[in-house]
Design a protein around this ligand. Structure first.
Ligand code: 8X3
Length: 252
């Protein structure tokens, strides 16, 4: 795949899985995350393992000004981004809507919604001008229906669905494509952050079920990116076999 792929939140989980998958298929990668050390290690791995071309853009996606400056600073040969994977996202806590911490929710809302929107706003005009591009948003099964302890997170992922659908409408007269990938139970650092670092509680989320991995989701992202240009995968809901909805899971 001879494309330039820009991935936010690329230092671990689904983002790192996507980096590996796209690198293995010959894509050139612009990798973003806050953790510069992890990004550098991933760059080295991708260069050694796949001979991939990798450019690092470490910044916090919530920092709009730095994001704009970082993208503007890209060398010319990296500017024509073909695929934007809006992956950076998180949740903190499982509090009830009327009891939770507004400052934590600011972080969740700012990252999952406003940063995704900002990256879209920064990257998509160039795609429109070039007449090619694909925006792949990492939504969630949580965007389909609210569940206990997930109110704000579910709302942000419902927003990702609306932003994906809205962008698809806005781009309907262009060759650009928009995809919303909605993972169910995927074992990454996600639950550790949700439970504020409590590894035991995080492990419990995946107890008695074989969860998906970041690499599994990366396969679906790559599939959406590699179907013929006349085809647009609008959405994909992807979950373990023993999961039926955001809350119905068969464990043994
Ligand atoms: C993460 C999946 O099951 O925690 O988006 O809602 S879940």
């Amino acid at each position: 795949m001879d494309k330039i792929v820009f991935i936010t939140g690329a230092s671990s989980g689904i983002g790192a899985g996507c980096a590996r998958k796209f690198a293995s298929q010959g894509a050139s990668l612009i990798l973003n995350a806050r953790n510069e050390e992890k990004l550098s290690a991933l760059k080295e791995e991708l260069e050694q393992q796949y001979g991939a071309r990798v450019c690092l853009l470490p910044f916090d996606v919530r920092d709009r000004k730095t994001a704009a400056e970082a993208l503007a600073s890209l060398p010319d040969e990296w500017k024509a981004i073909d695929i934007l994977i809006n992956n950076a996202g998180l949740v903190i806590g499982v509090d009830k809507e009327h009891e939770g911490n507004l400052d934590e929710w600011d972080i969740v809302i700012d990252t999952n919604i406003k940063s995704l929107l900002a990256m879209t706003r920064l990257v998509v005009p160039g795609m429109v001008a070039r007449g090619r591009g694909h925006i792949i948003n990492i939504g969630s099964i949580a965007g389909d229906a609210a569940y206990a302890g997930g109110s704000v997170y579910c709302a942000t992922k419902a927003a990702v669905k609306a932003l994906s659908d809205g962008l698809r409408i806005d781009l309907v007269d262009t060759p650009l494509r928009v995809t919303n990938i909605k993972p169910g139970l995927v074992e990454t650092n996600f639950s550790v952050v949700r439970f504020r670092g409590d590894k035991d509680k995080a492990d419990n989320v995946y107890k008695g079920i074989r969860p998906l991995t970041g690499d599994d989701i990366a396969e679906t992202v790559y599939f959406a990116a590699s179907v013929p240009e006349y085809m647009q995968i609008a959405e994909m809901l992807v979950m373990p076999t023993y999961q039926a909805t955001g809350t119905i899971v068969s464990r043994n």
